[in-house]
Design a protein around this ligand. Structure first.
Ligand code: MRU
Length: 364
Protein backbone atom coordinates (compact mmCIF):
# COMPACT_ATOMS: atom_id res chain seq x y z
CA UNK A 1 0.00 0.00 0.00
CA UNK A 2 1.37 3.39 -0.93
CA UNK A 3 -0.09 6.28 1.02
CA UNK A 4 0.97 9.79 0.03
CA UNK A 5 -0.43 13.23 0.67
CA UNK A 6 -0.76 15.41 -2.41
CA UNK A 7 -1.21 18.57 -0.41
CA UNK A 8 -0.50 19.17 3.26
CA UNK A 9 -3.69 21.15 3.80
CA UNK A 10 -6.16 19.07 1.89
CA UNK A 11 -7.84 15.77 2.57
CA UNK A 12 -6.99 14.70 -0.98
CA UNK A 13 -4.41 11.95 -0.97
CA UNK A 14 -3.21 9.25 -3.27
CA UNK A 15 -3.52 5.79 -1.82
CA UNK A 16 -2.76 2.69 -3.87
CA UNK A 17 -3.70 -0.84 -2.81
CA UNK A 18 -0.69 -3.11 -2.13
CA UNK A 19 -1.47 -5.36 -5.07
CA UNK A 20 -4.05 -5.47 -7.85
CA UNK A 21 -6.92 -7.63 -6.61
CA UNK A 22 -8.82 -7.87 -9.89
CA UNK A 23 -7.78 -6.92 -13.43
CA UNK A 24 -8.78 -7.43 -17.05
CA UNK A 25 -6.13 -8.31 -19.63
CA UNK A 26 -6.70 -8.00 -23.37
CA UNK A 27 -9.71 -7.16 -25.51
CA UNK A 28 -13.37 -8.15 -25.19
CA UNK A 29 -13.12 -11.00 -27.71
CA UNK A 30 -10.08 -12.84 -26.34
CA UNK A 31 -9.06 -11.22 -23.04
CA UNK A 32 -9.38 -12.68 -19.58
CA UNK A 33 -9.83 -11.90 -15.91
CA UNK A 34 -6.80 -12.00 -13.62
CA UNK A 35 -7.37 -12.33 -9.88
CA UNK A 36 -5.05 -12.18 -6.90
CA UNK A 37 -5.50 -15.63 -5.36
CA UNK A 38 -6.40 -14.61 -1.81
CA UNK A 39 -6.49 -18.22 -0.59
CA UNK A 40 -2.67 -18.12 -0.60
CA UNK A 41 -2.19 -14.93 1.39
CA UNK A 42 -0.35 -13.93 3.50
CA UNK A 43 2.51 -16.24 2.51
CA UNK A 44 2.27 -16.26 -1.30
CA UNK A 45 1.28 -13.63 -3.87
CA UNK A 46 -0.08 -15.67 -6.77
CA UNK A 47 -2.48 -14.75 -9.55
CA UNK A 48 -5.25 -16.79 -11.11
CA UNK A 49 -6.28 -16.41 -14.75
CA UNK A 50 -9.99 -17.03 -15.43
CA UNK A 51 -10.86 -17.63 -19.07
CA UNK A 52 -14.42 -18.93 -18.76
CA UNK A 53 -17.49 -18.54 -16.56
CA UNK A 54 -16.81 -21.80 -14.71
CA UNK A 55 -13.36 -20.54 -13.64
CA UNK A 56 -14.87 -17.25 -12.41
CA UNK A 57 -17.66 -19.10 -10.57
CA UNK A 58 -15.11 -21.34 -8.93
CA UNK A 59 -12.79 -18.44 -7.97
CA UNK A 60 -15.70 -16.65 -6.27
CA UNK A 61 -17.08 -19.77 -4.56
CA UNK A 62 -13.67 -20.87 -3.28
CA UNK A 63 -12.81 -17.33 -2.06
CA UNK A 64 -9.85 -16.79 -4.38
CA UNK A 65 -11.62 -13.45 -4.80
CA UNK A 66 -13.85 -12.38 -1.95
CA UNK A 67 -15.41 -9.38 -0.27
CA UNK A 68 -18.67 -8.02 -1.67
CA UNK A 69 -17.35 -5.22 -3.94
CA UNK A 70 -14.44 -7.31 -5.33
CA UNK A 71 -16.84 -10.17 -6.07
CA UNK A 72 -19.03 -7.69 -7.96
CA UNK A 73 -16.12 -6.41 -10.06
CA UNK A 74 -15.00 -9.99 -10.80
CA UNK A 75 -18.56 -10.97 -11.79
CA UNK A 76 -18.73 -8.02 -14.19
CA UNK A 77 -15.64 -9.30 -16.01
CA UNK A 78 -16.98 -12.86 -15.64
CA UNK A 79 -19.92 -11.83 -17.81
CA UNK A 80 -17.46 -10.76 -20.52
CA UNK A 81 -15.60 -14.09 -20.57
CA UNK A 82 -18.96 -15.88 -20.60
CA UNK A 83 -20.06 -13.87 -23.66
CA UNK A 84 -16.89 -14.76 -25.58
CA UNK A 85 -18.12 -18.29 -26.24
CA UNK A 86 -21.80 -17.52 -26.85
CA UNK A 87 -22.97 -18.06 -30.45
CA UNK A 88 -23.55 -15.08 -32.73
CA UNK A 89 -27.26 -15.86 -32.95
CA UNK A 90 -30.61 -14.97 -31.43
CA UNK A 91 -29.67 -17.15 -28.46
CA UNK A 92 -26.89 -14.73 -27.47
CA UNK A 93 -28.87 -12.64 -25.00
CA UNK A 94 -30.49 -15.73 -23.44
CA UNK A 95 -26.95 -17.02 -22.88
CA UNK A 96 -25.87 -13.72 -21.32
CA UNK A 97 -28.80 -13.85 -18.90
CA UNK A 98 -28.01 -17.47 -18.06
CA UNK A 99 -24.40 -16.44 -17.36
CA UNK A 100 -25.64 -13.78 -14.90
CA UNK A 101 -27.81 -16.35 -13.10
CA UNK A 102 -24.93 -18.82 -13.04
CA UNK A 103 -22.41 -16.36 -11.59
CA UNK A 104 -24.98 -15.15 -9.05
CA UNK A 105 -25.36 -18.71 -7.78
CA UNK A 106 -21.71 -18.82 -6.63
CA UNK A 107 -22.33 -16.83 -3.43
CA UNK A 108 -25.83 -15.76 -2.42
CA UNK A 109 -25.32 -13.13 0.31
CA UNK A 110 -23.23 -10.37 -1.31
CA UNK A 111 -25.72 -8.33 -3.35
CA UNK A 112 -22.88 -6.59 -5.24
CA UNK A 113 -22.53 -9.83 -7.23
CA UNK A 114 -26.00 -9.74 -8.81
CA UNK A 115 -25.91 -5.93 -8.97
CA UNK A 116 -22.80 -6.07 -11.19
CA UNK A 117 -23.81 -9.10 -13.28
CA UNK A 118 -27.24 -7.55 -13.99
CA UNK A 119 -25.65 -4.22 -14.90
CA UNK A 120 -23.50 -5.91 -17.56
CA UNK A 121 -26.52 -7.93 -18.74
CA UNK A 122 -28.61 -4.75 -19.17
CA UNK A 123 -25.77 -3.15 -21.15
CA UNK A 124 -25.78 -6.18 -23.47
CA UNK A 125 -29.56 -5.93 -23.85
CA UNK A 126 -29.35 -2.22 -24.65
CA UNK A 127 -26.77 -2.82 -27.38
CA UNK A 128 -28.54 -5.64 -29.20
CA UNK A 129 -29.26 -3.52 -32.25
CA UNK A 130 -25.50 -3.55 -33.01
CA UNK A 131 -23.42 -6.51 -34.11
CA UNK A 132 -22.51 -8.90 -31.32
CA UNK A 133 -18.81 -8.03 -31.28
CA UNK A 134 -19.85 -4.48 -30.46
CA UNK A 135 -22.11 -5.85 -27.72
CA UNK A 136 -19.17 -7.77 -26.24
CA UNK A 137 -17.13 -4.53 -26.33
CA UNK A 138 -19.97 -2.71 -24.57
CA UNK A 139 -20.09 -5.42 -21.90
CA UNK A 140 -16.37 -4.99 -21.23
CA UNK A 141 -16.87 -1.25 -21.13
CA UNK A 142 -19.56 -1.69 -18.45
CA UNK A 143 -17.39 -4.10 -16.43
CA UNK A 144 -14.57 -1.56 -16.53
CA UNK A 145 -16.99 1.17 -15.42
CA UNK A 146 -18.06 -0.95 -12.42
CA UNK A 147 -14.37 -1.46 -11.60
CA UNK A 148 -13.51 2.25 -11.81
CA UNK A 149 -16.63 3.19 -9.89
CA UNK A 150 -15.67 0.89 -7.03
CA UNK A 151 -12.30 2.62 -6.70
CA UNK A 152 -14.11 5.97 -6.43
CA UNK A 153 -16.75 4.65 -3.99
CA UNK A 154 -14.04 3.41 -1.62
CA UNK A 155 -12.27 6.77 -1.76
CA UNK A 156 -15.52 8.58 -0.93
CA UNK A 157 -16.20 6.25 2.00
CA UNK A 158 -12.68 7.01 3.19
CA UNK A 159 -13.32 10.75 3.13
CA UNK A 160 -16.49 10.35 5.21
CA UNK A 161 -14.92 7.87 7.64
CA UNK A 162 -11.58 9.59 8.26
CA UNK A 163 -12.89 12.19 10.77
CA UNK A 164 -14.31 9.34 12.88
CA UNK A 165 -11.00 7.46 12.76
CA UNK A 166 -9.08 10.57 13.74
CA UNK A 167 -11.02 10.74 17.02
CA UNK A 168 -9.68 7.28 17.94
CA UNK A 169 -6.31 5.92 18.95
CA UNK A 170 -7.49 2.35 18.29
CA UNK A 171 -10.39 0.63 16.53
CA UNK A 172 -11.50 -2.96 16.06
CA UNK A 173 -12.57 -4.64 12.83
CA UNK A 174 -13.79 -8.07 11.79
CA UNK A 175 -13.06 -10.11 8.65
CA UNK A 176 -11.53 -8.20 5.73
CA UNK A 177 -13.42 -5.22 4.36
CA UNK A 178 -10.16 -3.80 3.12
CA UNK A 179 -8.38 -3.12 -0.14
CA UNK A 180 -8.34 -6.88 -0.75
CA UNK A 181 -12.16 -6.95 -0.64
CA UNK A 182 -12.60 -4.16 -3.19
CA UNK A 183 -10.96 -2.59 -6.22
CA UNK A 184 -9.92 0.42 -4.13
CA UNK A 185 -8.91 1.17 -0.54
CA UNK A 186 -11.63 -0.96 1.04
CA UNK A 187 -14.74 0.06 2.95
CA UNK A 188 -14.09 -0.49 6.68
CA UNK A 189 -10.39 0.26 6.08
CA UNK A 190 -10.94 3.28 3.82
CA UNK A 191 -11.14 5.76 6.71
CA UNK A 192 -8.08 4.14 8.30
CA UNK A 193 -6.03 4.67 5.14
CA UNK A 194 -7.18 8.25 4.66
CA UNK A 195 -6.56 9.08 8.34
CA UNK A 196 -3.09 7.50 8.07
CA UNK A 197 -2.39 9.50 4.90
CA UNK A 198 -3.27 12.61 6.86
CA UNK A 199 -0.74 11.72 9.54
CA UNK A 200 -3.00 10.14 12.17
CA UNK A 201 -1.52 7.19 14.08
CA UNK A 202 -4.10 4.46 14.56
CA UNK A 203 -3.93 0.96 15.99
CA UNK A 204 -6.30 -1.55 14.41
CA UNK A 205 -7.29 -4.67 16.32
CA UNK A 206 -8.10 -7.32 13.72
CA UNK A 207 -10.41 -10.16 14.70
CA UNK A 208 -8.79 -13.31 13.32
CA UNK A 209 -12.21 -14.28 11.88
CA UNK A 210 -12.81 -17.98 12.14
CA UNK A 211 -13.10 -20.21 10.22
CA UNK A 212 -11.17 -18.83 7.21
CA UNK A 213 -9.07 -16.21 9.01
CA UNK A 214 -9.66 -13.26 6.68
CA UNK A 215 -8.86 -10.92 9.59
CA UNK A 216 -5.42 -12.30 10.32
CA UNK A 217 -4.46 -13.50 6.83
CA UNK A 218 -5.75 -10.48 4.92
CA UNK A 219 -6.60 -7.42 7.04
CA UNK A 220 -3.50 -7.55 9.21
CA UNK A 221 -1.39 -8.17 6.09
CA UNK A 222 -2.69 -5.22 4.10
CA UNK A 223 -2.61 -2.82 7.06
CA UNK A 224 0.99 -3.77 7.78
CA UNK A 225 1.88 -3.15 4.11
CA UNK A 226 0.55 0.39 4.68
CA UNK A 227 2.53 0.88 7.87
CA UNK A 228 -0.63 0.89 10.02
CA UNK A 229 -0.28 -0.70 13.45
CA UNK A 230 -2.23 -4.00 13.29
CA UNK A 231 -2.90 -6.28 16.27
CA UNK A 232 -4.42 -9.71 15.60
CA UNK A 233 -6.73 -11.17 18.23
CA UNK A 234 -8.76 -14.35 18.10
CA UNK A 235 -12.49 -13.68 17.80
CA UNK A 236 -13.19 -14.73 21.37
CA UNK A 237 -10.81 -12.04 22.69
CA UNK A 238 -12.94 -9.14 21.41
CA UNK A 239 -15.05 -8.91 24.58
CA UNK A 240 -11.95 -8.56 26.73
CA UNK A 241 -10.43 -5.96 24.40
CA UNK A 242 -13.65 -3.92 24.62
CA UNK A 243 -13.90 -4.35 28.38
CA UNK A 244 -10.32 -3.14 28.82
CA UNK A 245 -11.24 0.00 26.85
CA UNK A 246 -8.55 -0.63 24.28
CA UNK A 247 -10.67 0.59 21.32
CA UNK A 248 -12.96 3.57 20.88
CA UNK A 249 -14.86 2.35 17.81
CA UNK A 250 -15.73 -0.86 15.94
CA UNK A 251 -16.12 -0.81 12.16
CA UNK A 252 -16.91 -3.61 9.72
CA UNK A 253 -18.02 -3.96 6.11
CA UNK A 254 -21.28 -5.45 4.85
CA UNK A 255 -22.36 -7.92 2.20
CA UNK A 256 -25.96 -6.74 1.95
CA UNK A 257 -27.91 -4.05 3.76
CA UNK A 258 -31.72 -4.14 3.84
CA UNK A 259 -33.96 -1.09 3.48
CA UNK A 260 -34.27 -0.73 7.27
CA UNK A 261 -30.48 -0.74 7.75
CA UNK A 262 -30.09 -4.31 9.00
CA UNK A 263 -26.67 -5.39 7.71
CA UNK A 264 -25.37 -8.84 6.78
CA UNK A 265 -21.64 -9.33 7.20
CA UNK A 266 -19.14 -12.06 8.02
CA UNK A 267 -20.26 -14.47 10.71
CA UNK A 268 -19.32 -13.06 14.08
CA UNK A 269 -20.19 -9.45 13.22
CA UNK A 270 -23.55 -9.61 15.03
CA UNK A 271 -21.90 -10.88 18.20
CA UNK A 272 -19.32 -8.13 17.96
CA UNK A 273 -22.07 -5.49 17.62
CA UNK A 274 -23.74 -6.83 20.78
CA UNK A 275 -20.41 -6.71 22.62
CA UNK A 276 -19.81 -3.14 21.42
CA UNK A 277 -23.28 -2.05 22.60
CA UNK A 278 -22.68 -3.64 26.00
CA UNK A 279 -19.45 -1.67 26.38
CA UNK A 280 -20.85 1.59 24.97
CA UNK A 281 -18.43 1.52 22.05
CA UNK A 282 -19.99 2.79 18.78
CA UNK A 283 -20.37 0.13 16.11
CA UNK A 284 -20.19 1.38 12.50
CA UNK A 285 -20.72 -0.35 9.15
CA UNK A 286 -18.97 0.96 6.02
CA UNK A 287 -20.42 0.13 2.60
CA UNK A 288 -21.05 1.66 -0.83
CA UNK A 289 -24.57 2.25 -2.20
CA UNK A 290 -24.15 -0.95 -4.29
CA UNK A 291 -24.33 -3.04 -1.09
CA UNK A 292 -27.86 -1.82 -0.27
CA UNK A 293 -30.75 -4.04 -1.32
CA UNK A 294 -33.78 -1.78 -1.14
CA UNK A 295 -36.03 -4.63 -2.30
CA UNK A 296 -35.66 -6.28 1.12
CA UNK A 297 -37.58 -4.67 3.97
CA UNK A 298 -35.41 -6.16 6.70
CA UNK A 299 -32.39 -8.33 7.33
CA UNK A 300 -34.49 -11.42 7.96
CA UNK A 301 -34.99 -11.62 4.17
CA UNK A 302 -31.25 -11.68 3.40
CA UNK A 303 -30.13 -15.12 2.14
CA UNK A 304 -27.36 -16.51 4.33
CA UNK A 305 -24.69 -18.57 2.58
CA UNK A 306 -23.89 -21.93 4.14
CA UNK A 307 -20.32 -23.20 3.74
CA UNK A 308 -18.89 -26.73 3.67
CA UNK A 309 -18.16 -28.54 6.93
CA UNK A 310 -14.46 -28.98 6.08
CA UNK A 311 -13.92 -25.24 6.67
CA UNK A 312 -14.72 -25.98 10.32
CA UNK A 313 -13.34 -29.48 10.71
CA UNK A 314 -10.05 -28.78 8.90
CA UNK A 315 -9.51 -25.16 9.88
CA UNK A 316 -5.74 -25.10 10.04
CA UNK A 317 -4.78 -27.58 7.33
CA UNK A 318 -5.33 -30.54 9.61
CA UNK A 319 -8.34 -32.20 11.18
CA UNK A 320 -9.44 -30.21 14.22
CA UNK A 321 -12.78 -31.97 14.89
CA UNK A 322 -13.76 -35.64 15.14
CA UNK A 323 -14.38 -37.55 11.93
CA UNK A 324 -18.06 -37.53 10.87
CA UNK A 325 -18.96 -34.82 13.40
CA UNK A 326 -21.97 -32.71 12.41
CA UNK A 327 -21.31 -29.01 11.71
CA UNK A 328 -23.34 -25.87 11.08
CA UNK A 329 -21.53 -23.28 8.98
CA UNK A 330 -23.38 -20.03 8.16
CA UNK A 331 -20.89 -17.68 6.47
CA UNK A 332 -22.74 -14.48 7.46
CA UNK A 333 -25.00 -13.07 10.14
CA UNK A 334 -27.28 -10.05 10.28
CA UNK A 335 -26.70 -7.15 12.65
CA UNK A 336 -29.96 -5.33 13.43
CA UNK A 337 -30.01 -1.63 12.61
CA UNK A 338 -30.55 -0.64 16.25
CA UNK A 339 -27.04 -1.89 17.10
CA UNK A 340 -25.43 0.21 14.35
CA UNK A 341 -24.38 3.75 15.29
CA UNK A 342 -24.00 4.71 11.65
CA UNK A 343 -23.52 3.34 8.13
CA UNK A 344 -20.64 5.11 6.40
CA UNK A 345 -21.48 5.22 2.70
CA UNK A 346 -19.89 6.90 -0.30
CA UNK A 347 -22.65 9.55 -0.02
CA UNK A 348 -22.32 10.31 3.68
CA UNK A 349 -23.05 8.73 7.04
CA UNK A 350 -26.51 7.35 7.77
CA UNK A 351 -27.15 7.98 11.46
CA UNK A 352 -29.33 7.10 13.22
CA UNK A 353 -29.91 4.01 11.12
CA UNK A 354 -33.62 4.06 10.29
CA UNK A 355 -35.55 3.07 7.17
CA UNK A 356 -36.31 6.74 6.48
CA UNK A 357 -32.67 7.78 6.74
CA UNK A 358 -31.55 4.85 4.56
CA UNK A 359 -34.11 5.83 1.90
CA UNK A 360 -33.07 9.48 2.09
CA UNK A 361 -29.39 8.60 1.47
CA UNK A 362 -29.73 5.70 -0.95
CA UNK A 363 -33.10 6.24 -2.68
CA UNK A 364 -35.68 3.52 -3.23
O1 MRU B 1 -16.55 -14.49 2.98
P1 MRU B 1 -15.91 -13.19 2.61
O2 MRU B 1 -14.45 -13.16 2.90
O3 MRU B 1 -16.25 -12.78 1.20
O4 MRU B 1 -16.60 -12.13 3.58
C1 MRU B 1 -16.29 -10.77 3.40
C2 MRU B 1 -17.00 -9.89 4.34
O5 MRU B 1 -17.80 -10.29 5.16
C3 MRU B 1 -16.74 -8.42 4.18
O6 MRU B 1 -16.82 -7.76 5.41
C4 MRU B 1 -17.79 -7.82 3.22
O7 MRU B 1 -17.86 -8.56 2.04
C5 MRU B 1 -17.53 -6.41 2.93
S1 MRU B 1 -16.09 -6.21 1.91
C6 MRU B 1 -15.84 -4.58 1.64
Amino acid sequence: MVIAMNDQDSAECSISPPVEVVAWTGDAATGHLRLLDQRRLPTETEFLDCRDALAVWDAIRSLAVRGAPAIGVAAGYGMVVAAQVLPDSGDFITGVEAAAEYLESSRPTAVNLSWAARRVFRRAQDGLASDLDAVREAMLDEARAIHAEDVALCASIGRHAAPLMKKCSAVLTHCNAGALATAGIGTATAGMYVAAAEGHALTVFCDETRPLLQGSRLTAWELMQAGIDAVVITDNMAAQVLREGKVQLVVTGADRIAANGDAANKIGTYGLAILAAHHNVPFYVAAPYSTFDMTLASGSDIPIEQRGSEEITHGFGRRTAPENVKTYAPAFDVTPAELIAGIITDRGIISPVTADNVAAMIGQ
